[in-house]
Design a protein around this ligand. Structure first.
Ligand SMILES: *Cc1c(COP(=O)(O)O)cnc(C)c1O
Length: 519
């Protein structure tokens, strides 16, 4: 297997190099590299008398366990950790549904402008007029792209946007005395956050099955809706990467039953400038700025999940709203929305993510935004067709921004699973695709190449995927050990999920700063 690594092209492009690794040597923490007396600073002698007025019971009894390293060691430590991180800047990252596109550096540059970076959220509105204008513009552009009338930028992520949207729907029904609407309908192909958000918002969940092609059946929907329906949640294109041509019928069926229709717009990469959820009949939508609108994500950085709505739901949006400047008055915040569901995030949301999204939209313009979607769909279809020469594509007749291949036959015939293929891709310097999602396709691998990849990269990926395919048939046993080029090998995912070790135990019994002696 190791001869396949670093044998040219994309292999090893992620900066990994087998010779950097000593097999099975665990990654040491900075604490484990510590050696008493080492420093990376020189401080002048203290020339003030320390304040000793703290009561004894509040004083630390043992020394704080800080790591002691030289600057060289510290620099090498973090540099070597950084080298093991795989990101969009390392190589191909086809993580379906997550839209791992390249994020232009200009977004970072604009977000780090002094006037954006150094404002305080409690500054009076008249001192932060440019920031309010940026928020207002960001909302307006997102409304134009989605066909919504209003947009709240507060939610911090997609799932948070879903919860916010459902609370808005709840407030709307309650304001009309429609208390009996206690159910939210979700197709079984939905992203896992949809049912979770519905139950967090206090709704009962109805999951409706897809037909044998993974499509939503209109009669099934008709039978599910009624006067207890609060909302129907849908993503279109669906999680199988296909646009639903029945969408106008779907929204009509739900509206006729008195329910509202929620659009999971976490991934808008396929439709921008081409069609709009607002025109499809959706009432509420959330977007993931950290996916479609280009903010680095994965690894827990800040996200943003704006919620957009049609006019009839505006009174329920979170407060405050940004009010545009007029000839007589500057930009301001308004809290004067008595039916609002309240605040869902401290201050106004993750402001810098909105600045990045605004920069992205302004630099691309409306033609560029449309081209993003056209290229994303073109790239996905190209990769799907090429991989389809060897792999089993689920629904190979065409896709939107993503598609699914199934390893069901491969597993049956050779014992090589979707997991084995995904893990082997790591050894070739490619990030694995989304695995085992959506749940309705067995042994699914979901590819989303995004618009930021060139044809040359896609061709190289195809070549690698073919090599992996041939190896899976010729040498199936070898696939179970992958990845072999990484610091951490194949993880025991069941144990990792069931008994995660989330806390480092200091073996020497020292006080690591938890302050437990003083509790
Ligand atoms: C990513 C995603 C979400 C959840 O977004 P988070 O920001 O991770 O909370 C919801 N729905 C779909 C379809 C997604 O792809």
């Amino acid at each position: 297997m190791s001869n396949m690594i670093n044998s040219g092209g994309m292999r090893g492009q992620n900066g990994r190099n087998a010779s950097n690794y000593r097999t099975n040597k665990p990654i040491s923490l900075v604490f484990e590299k510590s050696s008493p007396g080492r420093h990376l600073f020189v401080l002048p002698d203290c020339d003030v008398t320390p304040d000793d007025s703290l009561p004894d019971n509040m004083k630390r009894k043992t020394k704080l366990n800080f790591p002691e390293l030289s600057e060289t060691e510290l620099s090498r430590h973090y540099n070597s950790l950084a080298k093991q991180v795989y990101g969009v800047n390392s190589g191909f990252y086809p993580l379906g549904s997550c839209t791992m596109k390249y994020n232009p550096a200009i977004n970072e540059k604009i977000a780090s402008l002094w006037g954006f970076k150094n404002v305080h959220p409690l500054q009076p509105a008249y001192t932060v007029q440019g920031c309010l204008e940026a928020l207002s513009l960001c909302s307006k552009y997102l409304c134009a792209i989605t066909g919504m009338d209003d947009m709240c930028l507060q939610p911090a992520a997609g799932a948070h946007g879903e919860l916010t949207g459902l609370l808005i729907i709840k407030a709307y029904h309650e304001s009309r005395g429609d208390q009996q609407r206690t159910k939210v309908i979700v197709p079984d192909s939905a992203h896992g956050t949809n049912p979770a958000s519905a139950s967090m918002a206090g709704y009962d969940l109805i999951s409706i099955p897809s037909d044998e092609n993974g499509r939503l059946d209109l009669d099934t929907l008709r039978n599910a809706v009624g006067d207890d329906t609060a909302a129907f949640m849908l993503t279109n294109p669906d999680t199988l990467g296909r646009f639903n041509p029945d969408i106008l019928h779907i929204t009509q069926i739900v509206h006729e039953a008195g329910g509202l229709v929620y659009y999971d717009g976490a991934n808008l990469n396929a439709i921008m400038g081409i069609t709009r959820p607002g025109d499809m009949g959706f009432d509420v939508i959330h977007l993931n700025l950290h996916k479609t609108f280009s903010t680095p994500h994965g690894g827990g950085g800040p996200g943003s999940g704006p919620v957009g709505c049609k006019k009839h739901l505006t009174p329920f949006l979170p407060i405050p709203h940004v009010v545009d400047a007029t000839d007589d008055s500057p930009f301001s915040f308004s809290y004067d929305f008595p039916q609002s569901i309240g605040k869902v995030k401290s201050f106004y949301g993750n402001f810098m993510v909105c600045v990045r999204a605004l920069t992205y939209m302004i630099t691309l313009g409306s033609d560029g935004i449309k081209e993003v979607s056209e290229t994303a769909v073109l790239n996905a279809n190209y990769l799907m067709r090429r991989l389809g020469e060897k792999y089993d594509v689920f629904q190979p007749d065409g896709c939107m921004h993503e598609f699914i291949i199934s390893m069901e036959n491969m597993k049956k015939d050779y014992g090589v699973s979707a997991m084995d293929i995904a893990k082997t891709m790591i050894d070739y310097g490619i990030h694995p695709p989304t695995m085992y999602f959506p749940l309705i396709v067995p042994e699914a691998l979901m590819f989303e190449p995004t618009e930021t990849e060139s044809k040359e990269t896609l061709d190289e990926v195809v070549e690698i995927m073919f090599e992996i395919y041939d190896n899976a048939i010729a040498n199936p046993e070898s696939m179970h050990n992958a990845p072999v080029s990484t610091y951490v090998r194949r993880l025991d995912e069941v144990t990792a999920a069931r008994s995660p070790v989330l806390k480092y135990e200091f073996g020497d019994g020292s006080d690591n700063g938890s302050g437990k002696e003083n509790d």
